[in-house]
Ligand binder design. Structure first.
Ligand SMILES: [Zn+2]
Length: 443
């Protein structure tokens, strides 16, 4: 093919004339796979030159163009000259548009009628699929893999007219959503409830809809009110009709339970959210403590025997052990509870629960600080337990107690105190620098 290209280029000297749109780039021939396109101005002299080049190529290579498989296309060439050219090149005369690799070859821009074949092809494919009962996902898959690629293939060659794209999208849309069902049955987005009710006050659902959703029959027909617009409402648990919103729906469908006695111990406005979440797990006894893991690993006795509380190395840990019967946890607890009014709570879970029953609803600032201390202690003891279990890092009881105090201190610094004397008292106990008084009044 390179030889032929060279021969054609050699032939392209005056009086040879390039094809109208090829003169600037000096294009004579284009090859694609085993196809050859030759572009030449529609005059006898130029065609003769090309014919000579082809003849030379035939003499050199022995390859000759096959008249049966070759076609010549004319554009704006007078009939007499056409005939002369046909005598030189005895090929069949072709007429545009002609299909090449599935897309039309045309001499002007792509028109709607040129794309009719694409639309027809899509119609045929869809009609074929309609007979199969496909799920929504199946239809979507077909659209993505087959229908869209037909589209895209054409779009990679041409600028497809908008009208064609709209036609194609309409078909894809109808196929995806209706799958051959009676599509909208005369309804659209502007239809109102009144449109589905006949003059005698009965539903007039389309038969295809009733077949698919028999529940439609059992819906009570609403009482229509004059020209009032449609309104979305929601029937709540007590049967009241209320304004529809997502909060209402959530309240209706969620599972309701009684307030847990410890709810206010866990969730309160001054809480540290991370600690509160941990406390919630503790109260529900959902921490992955060894006694609970043991139930899961009933089959592998070896691992169970190796388990022991990483803090005190005595027996498996459990919620009650960690809060705060464990030797380590007890020491931490004893250290921090002296900061607040929790002396009455000893190292047992029951004793903590008794305090919860009595004080968790209290709004007194001292009791709120107690709740913060309990949550922080439980949180940091659990952290230390995990850090010993999963890494080599170890803190002493004092270090853990310091962490707890620091975290409570930080929280207290962000408190909004109603009474100034309460703030001063708390800050004194927790040794927080109370420099508010020292700031000179700028006014
Ligand atoms: Zn322990």
């Amino acid at each position: 093919m390179e030889v032929l290209s060279l021969l054609l280029q050699k032939a392209a000297s005056a009086p040879y004339k390039y094809h109208a749109h090829c003169a600037k780039q000096k294009i004579i021939n284009v090859t694609f796979a085993d196809d050859l396109f030759i572009f030449v101005h529609g005059d006898v002299v130029s065609v003769k030159k090309v014919k000579e080049a082809l003849q030379t190529f035939t003499n050199i290579s022995g390859l000759a163009p096959s008249p049966a498989k070759s076609t010549v296309f004319f554009c704006n060439v007078p009939q007499s000259i056409r005939q002369e050219i046909m005598d030189i090149m005895p090929f069949q005369e072709g007429v545009f548009p002609v299909r090449y690799l599935g897309v039309p070859l045309i001499s002007s821009r792509l028109l709607f009628k040129d794309c009719q074949v694409l639309i027809d092809r899509m119609d045929k494919k869809i009609a074929n699929w309609m007979t199969k009962s496909l799920s929504f996902a199946g239809r979507l898959q077909l659209i993505n893999s087959v229908l869209s690629s037909m589209n895209i293939y054409w779009a990679s060659v041409f600028i497809i007219p908008t009208r064609v794209i709209k036609e194609l999208e309409k078909r894809i849309h109808r196929f995806l959503w209706n799958a051959g069902l009676e599509a909208n049955a005369g309804f659209n987005l502007k239809s109102s409830v009144a449109d589905v009710i006949d003059a005698s006050g009965h539903w007039r659902w389309p038969q295809a809809w009733l077949d698919l959703f028999p529940v439609l029959i059992s819906i009570q027909t609403p009482q229509l009110v004059g020209n009032a617009p449609d309104r979305l409402t929601w029937k709540d648990l007590d049967g009241n009709i209320v304004e529809f919103d997502s909060a209402q729906v959530w309240h209706t469908i969620r599972n309701r339970d009684n307030h847990a006695a410890w709810a206010n111990m866990v969730w309160f406005s001054q809480c540290v959210p991370g600690h509160s979440f941990h406390m919630w797990l503790v109260f529900r006894n959902k921490l992955k403590t060894q006694d609970r893991l043991a139930v899961w690993e009933a089959g592998s006795a070896t691992n169970l025997n190796l388990m022991c509380c990483p803090l005190c190395k005595h027996g498996r840990d459990s919620r009650d052990h960690l809060f705060f019967q464990c030797g380590f946890a007890n020491q931490v607890w004893t250290n921090v509870k002296s900061m607040v009014n929790l002396e009455s709570v000893d190292n047992t879970w029951q004793s903590l629960m008794q305090w919860v029953d009595q004080y968790s609803n209290s709004k007194k600032i001292d009791d709120i600080v107690c709740k913060l201390v309990v949550a922080a202690t439980s949180y940091y003891v659990w952290q230390e337990r995990n850090s010993r279990l999963f890494s080599s890092n170890q803190l002493t009881e004092l270090q853990v107690a310091d962490k707890i105090k620091n975290s409570v201190r930080l929280r207290l610094m962000g408190f909004k105190f109603q009474v100034d004397s309460a703030r001063r008292g708390i800050f004194r106990i927790w040794k927080i620098d109370d420099n508010k008084d020292d700031v000179a009044d700028p006014g």
